[in-house]
Design a binder for this molecule. Sequence first.
Ligand SMILES: [Zn+2]
Length: 226
Amino acid sequence: MRPVNKWQVGQNGVVIEYNPHTEAKTKLLENFGNEPFYYCSYCDRVIPKVNMEVEHIQCVHHYPQQEYLWNNFLLACKNCNLTKGDEDFAPGNVLLPHLQNTWNCFIVNNDGTMTADTTNALAYNRALRTVEIWGLDRGFSHARRQPQDDRFDVRRHILILAKRALSHYQNGVPNYMDEIVDQAIAYGFWYVWMKVFENHQTVQDALILAFNNTYANCRATNVNRI
Ligand SMILES: [Zn+2]
């Protein structure tokens, strides 16, 4: 889950309310995307513009007064949106990419699933709840995975690509960093690329810079934003 700087009301033409809520989509795409590539706020996958959904962080079923409020919106893929459904949760019990530093709170497993990182004690309980609500741990054999939920499988493929890119980079293929960043932008899953290149700070620097509005201080150990 890439930590992002979400625009505030009044910034870049953002207004308090969007009615209907779908009117906020253009601004959210501008805020979080690298045109023509747009990323789900939760699973990090690339979603075509036409399929990206304006997601209510707190669902309108429980919080109808939040239906049109910019502060209650993020972008989500259909899998993340459907998996969360009408789940009611306290924001203080989860990690949200625009409010917390969501870097280093999760593990990317070889099967493409994500789990809470036990070594990050400050974030662990919230990371667990986040994984559960958005079903980020639902792999091929997970009992509650819906058949159309292929997030883990796409992430698994991108993990393979990123590891191959790491190998080329370590073997000194000339000018390969630009290639890595170009691939990451087009394939998405910023978090996967950051994990694979965790011993190469210059590549991480480039990934943080290249994905629009990534929280620049993400490698600090804070969970809440400084
Ligand atoms: Zn998603």
